[in-house]
Write a protein that binds this ligand. Structure first.
Ligand code: BTN
Length: 269
């Protein structure tokens, strides 16, 4: 990847600003700092390699050169969007789901709250961070990592959840820039639908572990076991406990994994 080719490939999207790095600490750090320094809505940061990429819950996210997509998109939320910040992560997941399904015909699912799975293995992680000024969100950074080549996937003993790459799943080479372009185009198309009936329906229709038994750890303390029922209008997961009680779990400090006995390997996310 190089900056000129990247800029040329994204021209028709009319993004207002773009920063490209061969190597960077974390694209989310660059974007968060840029928010403080006036980054416009849809300013984009892309890197070929990250040296201190971050995942959810303080985990590490590895981005090796020439093997993955690592990007952070700045969103300056509109007044309507301010009340729906938690939906940006699934928005990115819904957009990526669409592109991977349409372009490669892959069996793609969205693992609540924010991972994208192919063949029930993780191909993409999403980390949304917000720059606040008091109670006001100045800007949101939508950070997305996508495993393109098999070399993007860390060794199995370093994984908390099974992972794969798009090339491994599709059985062919993937053009990173085409995928980046199509993903951003899909995201821009879906954005006006944030929180709409169609958005929730698409999210729920493609939810991983639907009607399956899962275990959810929240805040490292509380554990829920139950069957996934779907998503509520606030984006919370609806879980039916064995007692017949339905609980709604907010995204945030949570980990979801299949219960023992389901077909996916029961390793922790
Ligand atoms: C997760 O699965 O825990 C989320 C992973 C998010 C990784 C992306 S890569 C681009 C952006 N920069 C980061 O440091 N993290 C996100």
């Amino acid at each position: 990847m190089d900056e000129t080719t990247l800029r040329n490939r994204l021209t028709d999207l009319n993004l207002p600003a773009l920063r490209y790095f061969d190597t960077v600490g974390s694209t989310n750090d660059i974007a968060l700092e840029w928010v403080l320094n006036g980054a416009p809505d849809l300013a984009l940061v892309v890197a070929d390699q990250q040296q201190s990429g971050r995942g959810r819950l303080g985990r590490q996210w590895v981005t090796r050169p020439n093997s993955a997509l690592a990007l952070s998109l700045v969103i300056r939320p509109t007044p309507d969007e301010v009340n729906r910040l938690a939906l940006f992560s699934p928005l990115a997941a819904v957009a990526l789901h669409q592109v991977l399904t349409e372009n490669f015909g892959l069996p793609v699912q969205i693992k609540w709250p924010n991972d994208v799975l192919v063949d029930r293995k993780k191909v993409s992680g999403i980390l949304v961070e917000v720059q606040w000024e008091g109670q006001t969100p100045l800007g949101l950074v939508l950070g997305i990592g996508i495993n393109i080549a098999p070399s993007a996937v860390p060794p199995t003993d370093q994984l908390l959840f099974p992972a794969t790459s798009i090339e491994a799943a599709a059985g062919r080479q993937v053009d990173r820039l085409d995928l980046l372009h199509d993903f951003l185009a899909a995201l821009l198309e879906w954005r006006p639908q944030l929180g709409s009936g169609e958005f929730f329906q698409t999210w729920e229709d493609n939810l991983a572990f639907l009607k399956e038994s899962v275990r959810i750890e929240s805040g490292g303390q509380q554990v829920y076991n139950g069957t996934v029922q779907g998503i509520d209008p606030d984006g919370n997961l609806r879980l039916l406990e064995p007692t017949g009680n339905e609980v709604r779990i907010a995204a945030g400090d949570v980990r979801l994994r299949p219960s023992e006995g389901t077909s996916t390997t029961a390793t922790e996310i």
